[in-house]
Design a protein around this ligand. Structure first.
Ligand SMILES: *Cc1c(COP(=O)(O)O)cnc(C)c1O
Length: 457
């Protein structure tokens, strides 16, 4: 860690503070109970001193000494379009995840679209998806012409409630798209059993779940295909980028072909004399992206361990505060990615202080936080898509009745979760234990003073 990590400004600051460029934990941090017992400070939002004035690890991180040279090498080679570096990136990502094949593409959204399309999902099909996800999961389903069917969220795990999936299966259901949202694994054991029973395809949206595991097996390897994102904010940032992984060679050959205009690839070569074989598109990653990706891959393992350690510690501390309900893992989760650290905020335990007021008070202490997603099953795009020419051609009119569609896709648990969730960003989990203590102390301080903060005008 002496060479990498913080944004430039942070990098300089940490270097001068700790000499070795790392936030070394000196001695033992006081326990939360000690902090809680002695902390009589006035919250920053009430005019007290801000608990934390120092920043958090910046994002993205890179190592100027080694990473920049990789990009320059690509530049000077003049080979910028897909070539050897992309192939190397795919080989390594497949190894890291534990699949036979990987295809690098332009982003996670298009990884999902390509996977769905090449599994034969399209107009007239229903795809089951959770509403607690990033819009791109649903965008991908709609781009294929399929109909998203929402299954409610388990508020304890923040993941799709697998026990509610079967009730949503109809003769039109072709696939399930579990999303390992926030980097916490959905229960793939249960979901795969349902898929086998009903003969459904499974495309895992692992766009926030690099290296997350269930029983030591990486997520993205359970279904027919797994899709990843390497967008700038993600734990493995390239700027833009995505990948599809699978053990199904024929499927991966089709994905390759699709991402390269439909030109033949692998097993598809030889089956045709010449020329383009399928209706493809163009999704190729550049050599620059692959160069950065290869550099990022090297630090992902260490960073993932650190996020897991700090998340477990932070969870153990804040769960002691009444009204703070941190995430729970599904069964057999051996590792998470922690793209975000989530908990539920119960205002009843904070004298009725609203979540918005709580977030503001926490931010005032120097703890960045957000309220997370709004309900995806209730946004205007759905009404608009049902009115499009293509959807009118692909579905009977009763399926395009928006009121009916809305009724069938209610997710009350998710609605409540969207009101109660609080998130911390993944890069905060790359700080040290005393920094985690700052978070819990700040929450405790707000809890103690909730009454006064609520009366603030
Ligand atoms: C980021 C993300 C995507 C899309 O990835 P892009 O690379 O931004 O296109 C899809 N699903 C989820 C859950 C994501 O977080």
């Amino acid at each position: 860690m002496s060479k990498i990590n913080y944004s430039r400004r942070e990098f300089v600051k940490q270097n001068s503070l700790a000499g070795l460029g790392t936030l070394v934990t000196m001695g033992v941090a006081p326990t939360l109970f000690a902090n809680r017992a002695t902390d009589t400070s006035i919250p920053a939002i009430l005019g007290g001193q801000k608990l934390r004035t120092k920043g958090w690890p910046g994002w993205p991180m890179w190592n100027p000494a080694t990473d920049e040279e990789q990009v320059i090498t690509v530049l000077r080679s003049g080979v910028w379009s897909r070539a050897g570096r992309v192939t190397e990136f795919e080989k390594k990502w497949a190894e890291v995840i534990g699949t036979k094949r990987c295809l690098a593409v332009v982003n996670g959204t298009n990884a999902l679209i390509a996977a769905l399309v090449q599994l034969g999902i399209g107009g007239g099909d229903e795809v089951i998806v959770p509403p607690y996800t990033f819009i791109a999961s649903v965008v991908a389903i709609l781009q294929t012409g399929a109909m998203p069917i929402f299954v409610d969220t388990d508020p304890e795990t923040f993941q799709i409630d697998h026990d509610k999936i079967e009730a949503k299966i109809t003769p039109r259901t072709r696939a399930i798209m579990p999303v390992h949202i926030l980097g916490l694994p959905a229960d793939m054991t249960k979901i795969m059993a349902i898929a086998r029973k009903h003969n459904l395809l499974v495309v895992e949206d692992a766009c926030q779940a690099w290296l997350a595991e269930i029983d030591h097996k990486k997520v993205g390897t359970f279904g027919n295909a797994g899709c990843f994102s390497f967008q700038n904010s993600k734990n493995m940032p390239i700027g833009e980028g995505g990948a599809i992984v699978s053990d199904d060679e024929a499927f991966m050959d089709r994905c390759y072909s699709y991402h390269n205009y439909g030109n033949p690839y692998g097993a598809m070569v030889g089956k045709v004399d010449s020329g383009t074989v399928i209706a493809g598109t163009k999704l190729r990653m550049t050599e620059y992206q692959a160069a950065i990706g290869l550099a990022q891959m090297k630090r992902l393992e260490v960073q993932t361990t650190k996020r897991n350690d700090n998340a477990a510690y932070l969870k153990s501390q804040i769960k002691q505060i009444p009204g703070i309900l941190p995430y729970k893992f599904n069964q057999k989760v051996t590792r998470a990615a922690f793209h975000l650290f989530p908990f539920r905020y119960k205002k009843e335990e904070f004298k009725g202080l609203t979540r918005a007021e709580f977030l503001k008070a926490l931010q005032a202490e120097g703890i960045p936080c957000s309220g997370g997603y709004t309900a995806l099953n209730k946004m205007p795009y759905l009404e608009n898509v049902l009115k499009t020419k293509n959807y009118k051609l692909m579905y009977p009119s009763e399926m395009l009745d928006y009121t009916k569609y809305m009724e069938g896709n209610q997710c009350p648990e998710n609605d409540q979760l969207c009101q109660e969730a609080v998130w911390f960003d993944q890069n905060m989990l790359l700080a040290e234990k005393p920094d985690m203590d700052d978070i819990s102390t700040a929450i405790e301080r707000i809890h103690k003073n909730a009454d006064k903060i609520r009366n603030l005008k």
